[in-house]
Design a protein around this ligand. Structure first.
Ligand code: F0G
Length: 486
């Protein structure tokens, strides 16, 4: 039964996302004066990861571990069964995962990257390649640490900022065939498909694309691995955008998607609105290959580093992934923000995807060279003028090459995440309003440079500083326009 917010029409004709839930527990937010926000971002080394949430108004860093839980999830936590081994909580979660993903063997892990660690250690040998639609930061690090090489074989137009292509997360089938021809099937560790491709703007792939990829994997006796962290939203887009599925049930779409994958792994921090993660397969052989590492790195097979309370909430959350009213919320609010910003001429990734609204920082700040990190600068500038925390997804989030040179990212994005059912429409309107103001004053924003740069995953812990005094100028203009307003 369809029950999405997009299925509700307003008399006014306006397209307004409708909250299909009521708010029963709330958390107070603080919107600090701009002077305090400027000091906070300077102390955080212009790295939004290093801000303290006490200084943040709308936390749009990520949806990871920040989606709102349902009443049923919270109440399920009370029946958690504390046991090192054989916890009933695990068996309830195992049953839910089997039902939703259609896979028999369920390996629990403490979060998504723990699954990537195990999958990479077990299935990647030095010198092997892993073709995929696009990498995710932690995925790539794990694969490279194990001697693998990531090959991104997205369609040529997948990185176009302005687009009407419904499935920019598709793998290019000709490029996949060329990979097998070039390297030979023995050198291809596996093919990875990431649902709602995170780093290119939350863009989904189509079911037809999965079928085509699967056929090539089968011809080459190669495994297909599905990163299902954002599978609910990808299934929602398949239903919205792929004619064949317009009347399909989400649960059937999920089962078909997982059916093509030999191995499915996910971050529960996203998919089930909890914390934790999992690896799933129907192959006993694959399961046995991973089992021992799981016990070594994560904990026993029936908790995998998670608290039993989270495991209970995960069981409920996985089932709720089949509910249109849950998985349509984030995409419909993102669409509202993207459409309104696009209308105002702000360069945003279109069509609107999953996870967040993605602003094209190179289009927004054409005067800031890519070597001065426009996406990082934009994230800091937006925080200063609004208290909104977004995440840099550009060159700061990539790594230097073997010569120590920056590898300029394909796209410089400021991601404003919309965790499920967390923000209201007026908060979303505030985001649109402040981004528009910043766009009109964009020439005031300058670049950033490193003052402390860790070699591994530098975007998490690194510190930068503003080049010049642009934060002061930006603050002065804000005060001129807004007076005493926060
Ligand atoms: N795969 C994808 C597609 C992800 O988006 C993430 C995390 C992971 C794997 C790793 O999972 O965080 O539970 O270890 N994405 C978060 C984000 C961090 O903000 O987009 P994890």
């Amino acid at each position: 039964m369809t029950n999405q917010s997009s299925a509700v029409k307003f008399y006014s004709g306006e397209q307004i996302p409708l909250e299909l839930h009521k708010v029963r527990i709330v958390q107070k937010l603080f919107l600090r004066p701009i002077e305090e926000r400027k000091v906070a971002v300077e102390e955080a080394g212009f790295n939004t990861f290093l801000l303290n949430t006490k200084d943040i108004f709308l936390d749009m860093l990520t949806d990871s571990g920040t989606n709102a839980m349902s009443d049923n999830q919270v109440s399920s936590m009370l029946q958690a069964d504390d046991a090192y081994a054989g916890s009933q909580s695990f068996y309830r979660m195992e049953e839910a995962a089997r039902e939703v993903f259609g896979k028999h063997y369920v390996l629990p892990v403490h979060q998504g990257r723990a699954a990537e660690n195990i999958v990479s250690q077990v299935f990647i040998k030095k010198g092997e390649v892993i073709p995929m639609n696009y990498h995710f930061t932690t995925t790539k690090e794990h694969m490279e640490l194990n001697g693998g090489k990531v090959l991104e074989i997205y369609k040529d137009d997948a990185l176009d900022i302005k687009s009407t292509k419904p499935f920019k997360g598709n793998i290019d089938i000709d490029k996949l065939k060329a990979v097998f021809e070039k390297y030979g099937k023995d050198k291809v560790a596996f093919v990875r498909m990431e649902a709602s491709t995170n780093l290119i703007g939350g863009q989904p792939f189509s079911m037809q694309n999965m079928r085509d990829v699967k056929a090539i994997c089968d011809q080459n006796d190669t495994m297909m691995v599905l990163d299902a962290s954002l599978i609910g939203e990808n299934a929602y887009f398949i239903k919205q955008r792929e004619e064949e599925f317009k009347n399909a049930e989400i649960k059937d779409i999920l089962l078909e998607m997982c059916g093509y994958a030999d191995l499915v792994y996910f971050s529960s921090r996203k998919v089930s609105s909890t914390r934790g993660g999992g690896i799933l397969t129907n192959s006993k052989d694959l399961y046995l290959k991973m089992r021992d590492l799981l016990v070594l790195y994560e904990g026993f097979l029936t908790y995998g580093g998670m608290s039993v309370r989270e495991i209970e909430a995960m069981a409920v959350g996985l089932k709720e992934t089949c509910d249109d009213t849950v998985i349509s919320q984030s995409p419909s609010f993102i669409k509202y923000a993207v459409d309104n910003l696009d209308k105002a001429g702000v360069p945003v990734i279109t069509p609107a995807g999953a996870l967040g609204c993605h602003i094209d920082a190179m289009g927004f700040l054409p005067h800031v060279p890519q070597q001065e990190y426009p996406a990082g600068a934009l994230a800091s500038a937006l925080y200063i003028i609004s208290g909104i925390r977004g995440m840099e997804r550009g060159t700061i989030s990539s790594v230097r090459d073997e010569n120590g040179d920056d590898v300029l990212a394909d796209v410089e994005l400021l991601r404003l995440a919309f965790p499920r059912r967390v923000f209201t429409l007026s908060q979303t309107m505030f985001v649109v309003d402040r981004v528009k103001w910043l766009f009109d004053n964009r020439e005031l924003v300058g670049g950033l440079q490193w003052i402390e740069e860790p070699p591994l995953l530098r975007f998490f812990m690194g510190r930068l500083e503003a080049i010049g005094d642009w934060p002061e100028k930006l603050m002065a203009k804000f005060k001129e326009d807004f007076g005493d307003s926060l």
